[in-house]
Design a protein around this ligand. Sequence first.
Ligand SMILES: [Zn+2]
Length: 166
Amino acid sequence: MRSLTEPEIRASFVNCTKGEASRARLPRGIDELDWAGLDFLGWREPGAPERGYLVAEFEGRVVGVALRPAQRPGAGRGGAMCSICLTAHPASGVALMTARRAGRSSTEEYASAGEYFCSDLACPLYVRGRRRAAAGGARMSESLDAEQRVARLRANLAGFLGRVVR
Ligand SMILES: [Zn+2]
């Protein structure tokens, strides 16, 4: 994705209030990030791990999504897989991220969309081999090369963003 500035990131959020977007703590060092190697920028809020965020390009614009991470039920046993990048982790390495859908109040039906993500929201690093899952996850033989894994990640992410935005 193209590089973004802090004001662009704050202005991109589609599913939280302006106040929440202005209070969100951004990851450090966004000026030095390898943006070209990211399909989305995702992070857990430093000091407030119950809040997560992701920012991505979607349908020609920058879309920021505030997330509520929840540990997977039964975490601590067995393995789990991220639904976005399909990286296998120990169960604690995957978290259900729930997003309020843009333009809906919390009491509406289908007000939120959820998906299992790598709990550190670092999917782009895993598919490129820049970060490795902790041992303990199921090891899968993966026949796709990095480029195909990136394409799959982007398709899965677009599906999630479509549910949040529409
Ligand atoms: Zn992932």
